[in-house]
Design a protein around this ligand. Structure first.
Ligand code: DHB
Length: 361
């Protein structure tokens, strides 16, 4: 978990939460503050000034892998237990006031007796499957796109992220530091890394990032990490049953375009943490009761934004009409302040989503 390369763009709200929780020191030292992104299509780049359009908010480029390291270090420092490589994990009595988690660790059976269980165990974890399946509603969409991503020992060619639509497909130039570029290209979901030797990856990237004036040069270097990740949208509702609360990928997946996955998971955890504090301080369960509805408002906003960014920037085979619509949408976003503001406020993270579900008709 401290080596796998994951997401890398933090919304303002994520930065604020890590700071408030006392685990933001290294992020503030090493993270790169960005105020804009570039949208590139038809070989021309257009800067979207995120901070100007979204009330001064920024994004911070800091790898999820680094956050995981910081959180593990903080947990170990606290002296509280942390188990790795737990096996045969199962949840019990989630309908009761005394649910439990059973697991094997280093050959011994354990049972953790709980007041509540936070199911933060990812899409493939046991938590979502522990809910009565007839109570769950699943909403899903698969896209005919995947991302081939690399981490390269090469200085990023642009300081800010470049999201590119090219007739051969989407490409994204991101970074992890001033020395390391993180780059992605759209591929077919059934392609494998064997089909993509480094020379082919670089050639395809050079083509897709090409600018009409020829001024932009991709820096190349040794490839340190590579992956192929499919694009999908998934939501399981509700996010709570009894004393089990799902958070993050256990409940929802977004396609990567727009970098919402990690930020959504952290937003869930903030809602859950605040509700648990109320519950333990004063016995007030209203926050816990509203947890699912509160989180799902943000989840669906992010689902829409991620679907929109994905459709606008990727190229679907055999859909020339769709391609023209998406080019028109891009032209609108870079020429209308209203449209650019829509992108900006969603990208940096919306704060005007009520944190408590509103009651009413
Ligand atoms: C990165 C990932 C994203 O999904 C995105 O939209 C921007 C950047 C990244 O890994 O750097």
């Amino acid at each position: 978990v401290e080596h796998r390369v994951r997401a890398g763009v933090l919304e303002q709200g994520t930065v604020d939460l890590l700071t408030e929780a006392g685990v933001g020191d290294r992020m503030h030292r090493e993270g790169l503050v960005h105020h804009g992104i570039e949208l590139r299509f038809d070989g021309v780049g257009h800067r979207i000034p995120l901070s100007d359009l979204a009330g001064g908010k920024v994004i911070v480029v800091y790898g999820q892998t680094e956050i995981v390291k910081d959180l593990i270090a903080a947990r170990l420092d606290s002296g509280a237990p942390l188990y790795f490589e737990a096996e045969d994990v199962s949840l019990h009595d989630i309908d009761s006031a005394a649910p439990s988690v059973r697991f094997r660790h280093e050959g011994a059976d354990h049972e953790l007796r709980c007041d509540v269980i936070a199911g933060c165990d990812g899409f493939h974890g046991v938590s979502r499957r522990a809910l009565p399946q007839d109570r769950l509603q699943i909403f899903e969409r698969e896209y005919p796109f995947a991302w081939l991503g690399i981490l390269a020992e090469a200085p990023p060619a642009s300081e800010e992220l470049v999201y590119t639509r090219h007739e051969r497909g989407f490409a994204l130039a991101s970074l992890r530091s001033p020395e390391r570029a993180r780059l992605y290209i759209q591929v077919h979901p059934d392609e494998t890394l064997d089909e993509w030797p480094d020379a082919r990856i670089w050639e395809e990237m050079r083509r897709r990032f090409t600018t009409r004036d020829g001024d932009w040069q991709l820096n190349e270097g040794p490839v340190l990490d590579r992956l192929i990740a499919p694009m999908r949208s998934f939501v399981a509702e509700p996010m709570r049953h009894g004393r089990l609360f799902l958070a993050g990928d256990a409940a929802h997946i977004v396609p990567a375009t727009g970098a919402k996955g990690l930020n959504l998971a952290i937003a869930d955890v903030r809602v859950l943490a605040e509700a648990l504090i109320d519950f333990y301080r004063s016995g007030d369960g209203a926050g816990l009761d509203a947890y699912s509805e509160t989180c799902l408002r943000r989840v669906w906003r992010a689902q829409h934004f991620s679907w929109w960014m994905t459709s606008m920037l990727h190229v679907a085979e055999g859909d020339p009409f769709g391609a023209q619509l998406m080019r028109s949408q891009l032209q609108y976003v870079v020429s209308s302040e209203a449209a650019a503001t829509t992108l900006a406020e969603n990208y940096v993270g919306l704060t005007n989503i009520p944190t408590r579900a509103l009651s009413g008709p």
